[in-house]
Design a protein. Structure first.
Length: 740
């Protein structure tokens, strides 16, 4: 590993040019011969059943090939969804069992087979679980014909009372899906809180958020005989392959999923959503390739969101600032057809040393579409609450916020009592504070001004766990001296292809230009889901190991010697009359790695101005310092951090999806009303990459950086707004009416 630098050279993205010139072909741009177009019809009620679907007029419309629904579509070989839960059905009833067990099974399946069977199967029954549910699809020769015919389909319903109000139903919350942050109870947190010298006990809320990738979810699928080819926009092509194979009862090798370009995902493309299945049903029925490109409005209902949360954080400390009690509990939105749980207590379990910790995150099943992973799922809303509460505690104690965090620094994982594989959080506080100029901050709220504007400085700790999953890779040295490295991973903008090409070149000791990286295709060796900030660690380890293996074979071929200077691998192969030499590895996590707790850490600093008359918050600058092990490419790494920080600014100040509880519908389902940050909202952002060598986390020593960038932003900004104004906003986003 000595040949790989700690901070990898900043290289441009190899897919950059094709993306900005339009050369990159995204899923929906595969205009196959005889392709037809699908348009989805969505349920307009949140709960109940379909009484009738009248498709007679639509079927007679020009160009229409089929109108498919539960009435006439073939049944898939998947478990049908559980019956909807009525508002009245559950009132007064206790906990529902089995949820946690199901989630555990699902997680196991995911780890073993890279596959979790979806729970909402399109066209399986007449039941409506949420508004926007895809209940029928119209297939026609052109998009215009399909769009028109869809307006002619008449649907009637038997409506049931819908469950839409999470807070009203919080008494029915369950642990379903909490396997990634199960309830924990260490010591006696309630007693310790009751007797603490200083305490903070508050409720924090975060709204629904939608990922809104630039590229809408879209597929082109061809069901041809007993073979399926799917052009998808996906973070998990092997799961899509497994799901399609099972659903349509064909062997996995008959299903090919391709996804070489993904126009943003942020977690929303990690699941095989119903549109993939229903487009495949359509192709099977009409025996033509089908294109389905979901409109932006439908994406707000069918492809995941970050569920809303309501979180209680109670902290107790003694007078010198040592934490004696940490309680973090609350609820987020769930539903009947998903096990997703927005595990917001996950960071609370490991961030600070404390003898008495109690955490639990529960879900309330609503008639609202399924939540899913969205950049730093759990950590983002969880740290908003927890790190806001730490700031409140700092004021209550009159201790500097950074000092309070250093006083409570965890020298080992406080619940699992494992040593850290590495941890450089104190260096992050120091280097971040120095760059930011934290010492210029005067502690009193409303004590800093610039003309008539109030100025605030705030900070928060950032963290995200480091994991990896099994990944396989193949490498081939050709006699022209060029190397091809292949693994079916995904590139949705992180820089994976570039970084892997670099890593392969450095490990083998050949020029970067000599390596080509192949990905985005299930005919290549299997890669895990690209999520959880684990692509660099998982795919990177496979690439590193396959190149080591290739090098071993080449050195062996060379009589056990490294190449002499002036020699080349191409010449070596020629000397032995070999067209190529190949290597293949299956890289699995080493049980040794599990002896350590592995997390990336950071410190994030925000400076805001607040107009005292208008309540308008503007960002002035941000400084973030992160320590995440080895950095493979300084340029793409910085971009990952910047993207997370920008998304965090959106979360803090702008983003929220409104749910109208009376009709069970999201209402601001477009870019006019769902506000994401634009250039004018973003201040100068400074990113410090703290050098950190981690010998334990995995063979390449990289922890993953895709998500940590967002995690401390919202609390740092909320804390800065309090510092500027003396007003504590515990409900995101921080909009003017909450500041005034
Ligand atoms: Mo990420 S939210 O794990 O794609």
């Amino acid at each position: 590993m000595n040949d790989i630098p700690m901070i990898g050279e900043g290289r441009d993205r190899i897919d950059g040019r094709s993306k900005v010139t339009g050369g990159a072909r995204y899923a929906a741009e595969h205009n196959l011969d005889k392709i037809v177009h699908a348009v989805v019809i969505s349920a307009t009620i949140p709960a109940g059943r379909i009484k009738s679907i009248d498709a007679a007029a639509a079927k007679k419309a020009p160009g229409v090939l089929a109108v498919l629904s539960h009435l006439n579509a073939p049944k898939l070989n998947l478990t049908p969804p559980p019956a909807p839960k009525a508002q009245t059905e559950t009132q007064g009833k206790g906990k529902e069992g089995g949820g946690q067990q199901q989630a555990q099974q699902q997680q196991q399946q995911q780890q073993q087979g890279n596959f979790a069977e979806p729970k909402l199967i399109p066209f399986a029954t007449d039941q409506i679980q949420y508004l926007g549910q895809q209940i029928a699809v119209v297939v026609a020769e052109t998009l215009e014909q399909a769009t028109h015919a869809a307006t002619l389909v008449k649907v009637t319903y038997d409506e049931m009372p819908a469950r839409t109000d999470m807070r009203a139903l919080r008494g029915e919350a369950t642990d379903k899906g909490s396997t990634q942050a199960p309830p924990a109870n260490k010591g006696d947190a309630d007693a310790a809180l009751a007797s603490a010298a200083v305490k903070v006990d508050q409720t924090y809320t975060t709204p629904y958020h939608h990922h809104n990738p630039m590229e809408a979810h879209s597929v082109v699928v061809h069901f041809d005989g007993d073979k399926i080819t799917l052009h998808d926009s996906s973070q998990n092509i092997f799961a899509s392959r497994a799901t399609l194979a099972k659903a349509f009862s064909v062997p996995r090798e008959n299903v090919r999923v391709l996804s070489p370009f993904v126009g943003g995902a942020f977690g929303s493309k990690g699941s095989t959503w119903p549109h993939v299945l229903l487009a495949t049903i359509a192709s099977k029925e009409v025996k033509r390739p089908v294109k389905l490109w979901l409109p932006r409005k439908q994406l707000f209902f069918t492809n995941g969101h970050r569920p809303e949360t309501e979180q209680r954080v109670a902290l107790g400390a003694n007078a010198d600032g040592k934490l004696v009690a940490v309680i973090h509990e609350g609820v987020s939105q769930g539903n009947r057809v998903s096990d997703y749980n927005e595990r917001f207590t996950r960071p609370t379990r490991m961030l600070y040393a404390c003898d008495n910790i109690r955490v639990a995150n529960k879900i309330v099943e609503l008639n609202v579409s399924s939540g899913t992973y969205m950049r730093a799922p759990g950590e983002s809303p969880g740290l908003f609450a927890f790190e806001s509460a730490m700031d409140e505690l700092a004021y209550a104690l009159k201790i500097d916020p950074i000092r309070l965090r250093v006083i409570n620094h965890a020298d080992e994982d406080p619940i699992e009592h494992k040593p850290w594989s590495s941890k450089s959080l104190k260096q992050c506080y120091e280097q971040g504070a120095a760059r930011f100029g934290w010492s210029r901050r005067t502690p009193e709220p409303r004590s800093m001004r610039d003309g008539r504007l109030l100025i605030g400085m705030g900070m928060a700790t950032a963290t995200y766990p480091a994991h990896r999953s099994p990944a396989s890779a193949r490498a081939k040295m050709n006699d022209d001296g060029n190397v091809v490295v292949a693994i079916g991973t995904h590139e949705m903008g992180m820089g994976t292809a570039t970084v892997m090409q670099q890593l392969a070149a450095e490990t083998l000791g050949v020029p970067y230009e000599r390596v080509r990286f192949e990905y985005g295709d299930t005919t290549l060796p299997q890669a895990p889901i690209s999520a959880g900030s684990m692509t660099a660690a998982s795919v990177g380890t496979a690439v590193y190991q396959v190149m080591k293996e290739l090098k071993r074979k080449l050195v062996e071929l060379n009589g056990g010697q490294e190449l002499a200077s002036g020699d080349s691998y191409g010449a070596l192969l020629h000397r032995h009359y070999l067209p190529s030499v190949e290597a293949q590895v299956d890289a699995k996590p080493d049980p040794e790695e599990a002896k350590y707790a592995s997390h990336a850490f950071g410190a994030q600093f925000a400076e805001v101005s607040v107009d005292p008359d208008l309540g308008l918050v503007r960002m002035r600058r941000m400084v973030s310092a992160f320590a995440a092990g080895r950095v493979l490419n300084a340029k793409t790494a910085r971009s990952q951090y910047l993207g997370g920080i920008v998304q965090g600014i959106g979360m803090a100040l702008l983003e929220q999806t409104h749910l109208d509880k009376r009709i069970g519908s999201f209402t601001n389902v477009n870019f006019g009303e769902y506000l994401v940050p634009v250039n004018a909202d973003i201040p100068p952002i400074d990113v410090i990459m703290v050098e950190e060598e981690d010998p334990h986390v995995n063979p390449i020593g990289a922890k993953g950086i895709g998500e940590i960038g967002i995690t401390g932003v919202a609390p740092a900004i909320a804390n800065a707004v309090f510092h500027a104004t003396g007003k504590r906003v515990r409900d995101l986003p921080i909009t003017i009416e909450k500041v005034l």
